[in-house]
Design a binder for this molecule. Structure first.
Ligand SMILES: *Cc1c(COP(=O)(O)O)cnc(C)c1O
Length: 362
């Protein structure tokens, strides 16, 4: 079988076990004589998929009862609009921590809706880090603070979250959700496009405090309204059934791995293999992220020249290490090592990096 180690940033690798199960069930799902792609989203078979998926995610995160779970479409990018439309009212100010191009895009959507300010930005330093908690000062009349938990393009991640007191904390966790345990109760709302770490493109997982989304502006376009999505249990209209079904399978797979603490141990080990090489050969593998902000999901670095970067990505590909080219906006190299990337994939990449260094260092 010609499968490679897939370091793509998103859509990204899915666990092989999950893909095999999907393949097996495809023609006859749960004794229905139909595939999951062909059944009603209001059928008992899909209802079970949805409820099991929610309950497995709840278990994995030890999600408190006052949080609801629902799925939306439109990608992470539609959430950039949903957040201010739902929570930024007249006379209030939305605060954004600008730690990467997705943060900046989220901020720009908020500006279209109301008053928004950046309370931190590492843009001038090439987005090399996230803020320390004490660096964040919130404005008067603050509606919420929005952060990007993991900066997929730049390769930085929060491990200490800002303290916001009574001000709601909202996070885009598209590229790190379910990669490790975290203090979910600190947040009022979290959204995550599935296609990085927990499934295919097409759906967004939203975790929200129920009383935070309740009682908001009823004049909102209904498809942007969090309260409707929560009240209708993701079934206001036809949800992305196939994507949700796969997220459900991934959640089950994560439980089988031993849950998020076990998954974190492996994820940290994987990242350490690569960061060790950056630290061993810092003149050759130049890490983009400041050490205390290093993402355990996206490892980003530059080589001494663009030519060497292209050669690295190409030779890696020939050796079955795919998707190593950095995002088109920043260049360089990016290894995305989400949950589904096995330790063996990072071992293979580390061995390749060691050899590539020896063959190409001047
Ligand atoms: C990929 C990504 C997005 C955008 O997701 P789309 O589904 O393509 O709209 C937003 N935020 C983060 C952190 C991402 O990694």
């Amino acid at each position: 079988m010609g499968r490679i180690f897939n370091f793509n940033a998103g859509p990204a690798a899915l666990p092989l076990e999950v893909l095999r199960e999907v393949q097996e069930e495809l023609l006859d799902f749960d004794g229905t004589g139909m595939s999951v792609l062909e059944i009603s989203h209001r059928s008992p078979a899909f209802e079970k998929v949805l409820q099991d998926t929610k309950s497995d995610i709840r278990d994995l995160l030890a999600l408190p009862e006052d949080f609801g779970i629902f799925f939306m479409a439109g990608g992470g990018s539609l959430q950039f609009s949903c957040v201010p439309y739902n929570f930024l009212s007249e006379g209030k100010v939305a605060a954004y921590a600008d730690t990467g191009s997705f943060s900046d895009k989220a901020f720009q959507e908020a500006e279209k809706v109301g008053k928004a300010v950046k309370v931190f930005s590492s843009k001038a330093q090439g987005y090399d880090r996230v803020p320390r908690p004490e660096e964040i000062r919130l404005p008067e009349q603050c509606a919420y603070l929005h952060i990007t938990g993991n900066n997929t393009i730049e390769g930085t991640e929060y491990f200490d979250y800002p303290e916001t007191g009574d001000i709601p904390l909202i996070a885009d966790m598209s590229s790190e959700i379910l990669s490790r345990p975290f203090p979910v109760e600190k947040f009022s709302l979290i959204y995550s496009g599935a296609q990085k770490n927990i499934g295919p493109a097409g759906t967004v997982l939203v975790l929200a405090k129920k009383d935070f989304v309740a009682g908001r502006d009823k004049k909102l376009p209904v498809m942007l309204n969090y309260e409707t999505m929560l009240d209708k249990d993701s079934l206001y209209n036809t949800p992305p059934v196939f994507a949700i079904y796969i997220v459900g399978k991934v959640a089950k797979w994560l439980k089988k791995q031993g849950g998020l603490a076990a998954v974190e141990t492996v994820n940290r080990k994987k990242a350490a293999l690569l960061y060790d090489l950056l630290d061993t050969y810092p003149e050759f593998y130049k890490g983009r992220a400041a050490k205390d902000s290093r993402s355990i999901m996206n490892v980003t670095f530059n080589l001494p020249s663009k030519e060497l970067e292209a050669k690295f990505a190409e030779e890696g590909k020939q050796q079955g290490l795919g998707g190593l080219k950095g995002h088109r906006s920043v260049g360089g190299i990016r290894a995305s090592i989400y949950n589904a990337m096995p330790l063996a994939g990072c071992e293979a990449l580390a061995a390749f990096m060691e050899k590539f260094y020896k063959d190409n260092v001047k």
